[in-house]
Design a protein around this ligand. Structure first.
Ligand code: ADP
Ligand code: MG
Ligand code: ZN
Length: 610
């Protein structure tokens, strides 16, 4: 929601006051005419005549006002001079004592209380209202001033230690990172031990790793273990529209931290402010530089006695300013990698807590099926599995739910509603059958886990093949087998229908990319010398390329292109060969797919043995 501006605010308050004021005013004027005053005013002569006739039952004297109740219940009123008493008045008008005795006379002390109130109130209320309005507006303006002053304060939130405390045991795997951070905890708990030996305690720890690997979680766990205040701020929160805010927030944050030392300051996503200075693209880097400078100044500022430890997290260590990384600042780097199979199982165990699983669920198998998944992905898998189970109104989560959610996280949700016509379905079946067949036949390719012609995400169908264990190295033979499997869909379509569809284009793109890597990066081409081509600005452990700088001649470029084509052609021939040789099996798989839509590993292998 958009917050109303100050002017809007005042204006709205003013309008509210105006309405309230008008309401009260109209109420008062209404009240002035009605219910008490429904009686009719008469003159004194009439009143006297009525008394003389004996029609009057009661007279209530209220100061100068006489409220008269007649025998028939009618009410009226009249006025006399204030000083003159009623009896004197009546006597003067010649009312006899006897006539007077028949009338009940009540004297009310009206000059005080109500009378005063009712005459003064109409004057006072507007003053009160206007006074109130002025006071309220002043307060508003002051509030705005205060808020403007708050602007330069850090937005750091102190983590409530009672609420949802995280400990190291909640962080699965990440052994090296934990060991490193345990030292920090030890220092926060017991600084004397280190100081006595003259050890300089690291001031800053930089957690580096791809998103979702548990950097934020780990930092919170450090706070939980050390049992000290924990200030959490995100790098982007330093940077605001106004110049100088970032630096002032840094100052404020560190002032607070020093006051509550020992404590931990956690700057998440520090690359938002910590980028290399002077390298800013776009114009707004001045402010960021000031902020960064302030961080550097503050980190240098505290001495060894001050137990403030700064933990920062980033997934772009390559863009950080070198000044941040020099000893005395973030001199410790803890690299957090994607979890291996054992760590994945451990993470799954942590997140399986509180979820009712059927006995057929094997977390080890789930870990096997999820290479390349981050901790966040894994926690997402189990959550999706629980949602699947709940949607089917089951009491427990079964293995099938979990396997399905892995595919969902990997490839996007199934699109069963996506209707393919018979022709498209047939083409998809043969295409996927081609991938599966070649993957099965080639010993260097990973085993097939599942083949399906149900659409998922952007893919029309899919063939899942996963290694039995995590691999850190890949051989040339494996790559060549992979290329053949990738191209097999295209080859199968061409073989069966003597035509190809656009469905194979994604396969081709992936195959081309892999072939280029084989030639240019891995030095696996015989024809090219043993070197890499292209100076890549690549984030090694992120596996993402930002740009490439050509460091070879035109002629070499042509040679590279030739080699890449060579690899692709050879692989395509290999795939075609296999498809020709086992065309009955291809037929078998495709027909089964058309019938059942999905084949799991066991069913697929049985089919291949037949
Ligand atoms: P990052 O900050 O590295 O992007 P987070 O720390 O925010 O990632 O992790 C996101 C979520 O993933 C965590 O809240 C947690 O549920 C899960 N997670 C990630 N790594 C682990 C791990 N090692 N153990 C347990 N849960 C993890
Ligand atoms: Mg994070
Ligand atoms: Zn394909």
């Amino acid at each position: 929601m958009k917050k109303p501006s100050l002017q809007q605010n005042i204006f709205r308050n003013f309008a509210v006051f105006l309405v309230v004021f008008l309401f009260i005013a109209s109420l008062l004027s209404f009240y002035n005419q009605s219910p008490f005053h429904q009686s009719e005013e008469v003159d004194i002569a009439t009143f006297v005549t009525q008394i003389k006739k004996g029609e009057v039952e009661q007279v209530t004297v209220e100061g100068e006002k006489l409220n008269i109740t007649l025998g028939d219940g009618k009410k009226e009123f009249t006025r006399k001079e204030t000083e003159e008493s009623l009896t004197t008045l009546l006597k003067n008008f010649g009312v006899s004592t006897k006539q007077l005795e028949e009338v009940k006379i009540v004297v009310k002390d009206s000059t005080t209380s109500f009378f005063i109130l009712s005459s003064i109130l109409p004057f006072i209320i507007p003053f009160l209202l206007i006074g109130g309005l002025i006071w309220y507006m002043m307060r508003q303006v002051q509030g705005a001033n205060n808020r403007a002053l708050m602007f330069g304060q850090s937005r750091a939130r102190e983590l409530n230690p009672e609420k949802k405390r995280v400990n190291f045991k909640d962080v699965a795997g990440l052994k090296e990172a934990k060991t490193e951070l345990e030292e920090i905890v030890e220092f926060l708990k017991n600084p004397k031990k280190f100081n006595a030996l003259g050890a300089r305690i690291p001031k800053g720890v930089l957690l580096v790793g791809v998103p979702g690997t548990g950097k934020t979680l780990l930092a919170r766990a450090v706070a939980g273990e050390a049992d000290v205040p924990f200030y959490h701020i995100s790098g982007s929160e330093f940077v605001e529209m106004f110049v100088g805010v970032g630096a002032s927030r840094v100052r404020d944050l560190f002032r607070k931290a020093k006051k509550t030392a020992p404590c931990i300051v956690f700057i998440d996503e520090i690359d938002a402010v910590g980028r290399q200075r002077g390298a800013g693209l776009g114009g707004s880097h001045d402010e960021r530089e000031q902020t960064l400078n302030q961080i550097l100044v503050e980190m240098d500022g505290f001495d060894n006695e001050t137990n403030v430890i700064i933990i920062a997290a980033t997934n772009r260590p390559d863009v950080l300013d070198p000044a941040l990384l020099r000893p005395g600042r973030f001199d410790r780097r803890v690299v957090i990698t994607l979890p291996d199979i054992k760590e994945r199982e451990a993470i799954l165990i942590v997140h399986a807590q509180g979820k009712p699983f059927a006995s057929d669920v094997d977390l080890h198998v789930l870990a096997q099926r999820t290479p390349g998944f981050s901790g966040a992905d894994l926690s997402n898998v189990l959550n999706e599995a629980a949602i699947f189970a709940a949607r089917k109104n089951k009491k427990k989560i079964i293995m099938q739910d979990a396997l399905e959610s892995i595919e969902k996280v990997m490839l996007g949700p199934e699109r069963r509603s996506h209707v393919m016509n018979e022709k498209e379905k047939k083409i998809t079946a043969y295409h996927e059958a081609g991938h599966a067949l070649v993957a099965h036949v080639l010993p260097d390719a990973d085993p097939v886990r599942k083949v399906s012609i149900v659409s998922r995400g952007a893919a029309g169908g899919y063939t899942l093949k996963l290694p039995g264990e995590d691999k850190h190295f890949h051989s040339k033979a494996e790559f060549i087998a992979d290329l053949a499997v990738m191209l097999a869909g295209h080859a199968a379509e061409k073989f069966i229908f003597n035509d190809v569809t656009t469905g194979a284009s994604d396969d081709l793109r992936k195959a081309t990319k892999l072939a280029r890597k084989i030639v240019m990066e891995y030095g696996m081409s015989e024809a090219m010398s043993f070197r890499t081509y292209g100076e890549k600005e690549e984030l090694i452990f992120l596996g993402r390329e930002i740009g490439e700088q050509r460091d070879y001649s035109e002629e070499t470029a042509r040679m590279i292109d030739n080699e890449v084509s060579q690899f692709l052609n050879n692989s395509y021939s290999k795939a075609r060969e296999i498809i020709l040789k086992y065309k009955e099996k291809l037929e078998n798989i495709a027909q089964t797919l058309l019938e059942k839509e999905t084949l799991e590993q066991e069913a697929f292998e049985a089919l291949m043995k037949a």
